[in-house]
Ligand binder design. Structure first.
Ligand SMILES: Nc1ncnc2c1ncn2[C@@H]1O[C@H](COP(=O)(O)OP(=O)(O)O)[C@@H](O)[C@H]1O
Ligand SMILES: [Mg+2]
Length: 296
């Protein structure tokens, strides 16, 4: 544990001390994480991607949950190759990317792969050089993470422009979300955490939950907690999942779609929109962190 803490500190020291000249701006990268599994991250990522795509943006979903990758399932896409083939150097990104609806592309994660940070340095380098194909200004990358804060998730959180943390009103989910906020605060991974409360009874309940989390953070931590919005528990989400079809497409007038649209708009055009973007590029940061964090 102490060993891991020291490794984390090394990652952050290196991150803060690396001065990388930004050669133009890369894509905007938004990492979606949660403390607990099953809170609705993948549904949020997929439906937000479609809504952003409908608004004219080019979206790439990076499915990094290598244990239980399932963004492709929710979009009813059938991957022939996955991130694993890219990591093993057998395929180029263009062969692996799946074309989804409305300007949305998916990089499927595959499954049964060791953590990315545990790959050897040659494999990581190959992965980064292939991923650079995505790092273009016109793209928005949405990173769907595994639950919890593994070192992989941590590296995506630290490298991305924005972090969206998803929780439900359940006490266990909130406690685990708070645990993530604490780590993000302690290691100064991000100055701000954007929160989405999913599966609330009424949208207005979400704001009260956010205020509770935000008050605790104000008292004990020095990190900005920003409320992006809530999504109600909506049977149409469940029905859409059963049909392997995103609710934003199948039920465009459902409460879930309406509320997800508000969240997507806040991310795109709110104060956490493109103006908040940093100059340093995502892949450069990711590369630095992977190489510092694993010693591989
Ligand atoms: N707003 C919602 N209303 C109703 N059910 C939901 C909602 N969001 C998610 N779910 C249900 O929760 C399940 C888990 O969601 P998922 O997006 O796979 O979570 P995660 O990626 O966090 O593990 C989905 O299969 C879906 O049935
Ligand atoms: Mg998921």
């Amino acid at each position: 544990m102490a060993d891991q803490a020291e490794r984390l500190r090394a990652i952050i020291r290196k991150r803060n001390s690396t001065k990388v000249a930004a050669k133009g701006k890369g894509s905007r990268v938004i990492t979606v994480a949660s403390g607990k599994g099953g809170v609705g991250k993948t549904n949020l990522v997929v439906n937000m991607a479609i809504i952003m795509g409908q608004l004219g943006h080019k979206i790439v979903i990076l499915d990094t949950d290598l244990g239980m990758a399932n963004t492709d399932i929710l979009l009813n896409l059938k991957p022939v190759y996955t991130l694993i083939d890219v990591i093993q150097g057998q395929k180029d990104l263009q062969d692996v990317l799946l074309q989804g609806p409305h300007n949305v592309e998916v990089l499927p994660g595959g499954s049964c792969l060791p953590d990315i940070v545990n790959l050897d340095s040659q494999q990581r380098e190959k992965l980064i050089s292939r991923l650079s194909y995505l790092d273009r200004e016109e793209n928005i990358l949405l990173v769907d993470c595994a639950a919890g804060l593994s070192r992989d998730v941590l590296s995506f959180v630290a490298s991305a422009d924005d972090l969206v943390l998803v929780t439900t009103p359940e006490p266990t989910a909130i406690t685990n979300a708070y645990g993530i906020i604490k780590v993000v605060n302690n290691y100064r991974l991000k100055p701000k955490v954007n929160i989405v409360i999913n599966m609330v009874r009424h949208a207005r309940d979400g704001e009260a939950i956010y205020r509770r989390i935000s008050n605790v953070c104000r008292n004990f931590l020095s990190i900005d907690i920003n409320y992006l919005g809530s999504i109600e528990f909506d049977q149409y989400v469940h029905r859409a999942v059963l049909n392997c079809y995103p609710y934003a497409l199948q039920f465009p007038r459902s409460r879930a779609t309406m509320l997800t649209r508000e969240i997507a708009r806040r991310l795109l055009y709110g104060e956490e929109g493109p103006a908040a973007k940093k100059g340093e590029r995502f892949l450069r940061r990711l590369f630095t962190i992977w190489n510092t964090g694993s010693g591989g």
